[in-house]
Design a protein around this ligand. Sequence first.
Ligand SMILES: Cc1cc2nc3c(=O)[nH]c(=O)nc-3n(C[C@H](O)[C@H](O)[C@H](O)COP(=O)(O)OP(=O)(O)OC[C@H]3O[C@@H](n4cnc5c(N)ncnc54)[C@H](O)[C@@H]3O)c2cc1C
Length: 413
Amino acid sequence: MTNMALGMSDRLAPIHQAVTDMIRDEIAPLDQAFLAEVDIGDRWSFTPRQTEILETLKARARERGLWNFFLTGEDADGPGLTTVEYAYLAEEMGKSHLAPEVFNCNAPDTGNMEVFHRYASPALKERWLKPLLAGEIRSAYLMTEPDVASSDATNIAMSCLRDGDDYVLNGEKWWATGAGDPRCAVYIVMVRTGDADAPRHQRHSMIVVPADTPGIEKIRAMQVYGHDDAPHGHMHFRFTDVRVPVENLLLGEGRGFEIAQGRLGPGRIHHCMRAIGQAEKALELLCRRALSREAFGKPLAQLGENHDIIARARMEIEQARLLCLKAAWMMDRGDARAAAPWISMIKVEAPRIALEITDQAVQMFGAQGISQDTPLARQWTALRTLRLADGPDAVHRRQVARAELKRHTQQPV
Ligand SMILES: Cc1cc2nc3c(=O)[nH]c(=O)nc-3n(C[C@H](O)[C@H](O)[C@H](O)COP(=O)(O)OP(=O)(O)OC[C@H]3O[C@@H](n4cnc5c(N)ncnc54)[C@H](O)[C@@H]3O)c2cc1C
């Protein structure tokens, strides 16, 4: 492959510097203060202090033009970066809890904004995309269901039947990230519109559902290793006769998979870029601790296999970053099918190495590592979930293996 430019471009360098500086000096120092506020009052609303922290930082980022970087390519609403360029920024954002939202580059909104941008009517764009791009509201993506193996999305069963000028939705969804946030105003919902005689990948559709539509019941917040992740949360919903105007169906009946592929590709790679940032942060904390604490008459760094642990971590981060940049580069070439196995490769590798390095850092901190006194425990749980969210490891390995086998046979694999 020729001209595979994976380095930092000249135009990106000053933006990267501004983002790095702002995260280090202004955002990361407020992460703990923001998170501590969650335990005050109603966990599912923002305290005045939380709102002040977030909105002040967002306003500053926007003033400086550090906003909506995820909109890559020739997009009037974004700075027009490539995915490779965005990768460098997302890695930095992964190092702070608040940073992705401060730059309006947070999941799941980025994926949802891309869906609105690519597939929504002008009226839906005006109503939902505009305030999302401005960071005024938030959104959620509802695909996964409790009663079916959702890693195979052809199983999705929420019914969506036409009745006059409306569709009527019935069923349950769970793990809707961000839907607990009081600012979350809209859901993009994957539903079943076709019956058994339609081809498997043409039975589903995506529909836009305002969060305040009657018939939507928030049953509970799912917990991640005992934590509810308030105020954003991962919500479990029941839909009972939820009526949505037919104009809210995106692209047309049976085209849900087409949209899901467009949405999940970039989203997955963004998670991976942030995971690499988290791995870097864990390794830095690990090294600082290993140098500053002594046992058995020596700094921890010099004990046991700690040199090997540090060396392995550095080598794995470098490998993962290059793989991530190559996947980003494949996406920039515009051939989604060719990019897919690369996205799957990094979707398996980045969470795996980041989780392992975070675990080693936890170990180096001793008991403090699993406590609230370092960001490592929280980071570990978030990374562990990434081995499931947006497709479990095994499903992505299957994609990689099938792409490999297809190179050697004309038969279905
Ligand atoms: C923190 C978090 C946030 C999430 N956010 C969202 C969200 O915002 N919106 C949303 O819709 N969903 C979300 N999810 C759900 C997530 O996308 C699903 O959990 C995931 O797709 C897997 O579906 P499932 O849980 O039904 O597992 P299943 O489909 O039941 O799979 C379970 C296991 O079966 C095995 N398996 C499946 N397929 C294969 C295969 N081909 N080969 C080998 N083994 C296989 C794997 O071990 C897999 O882990 C989130 C999940 C978490 C944990």
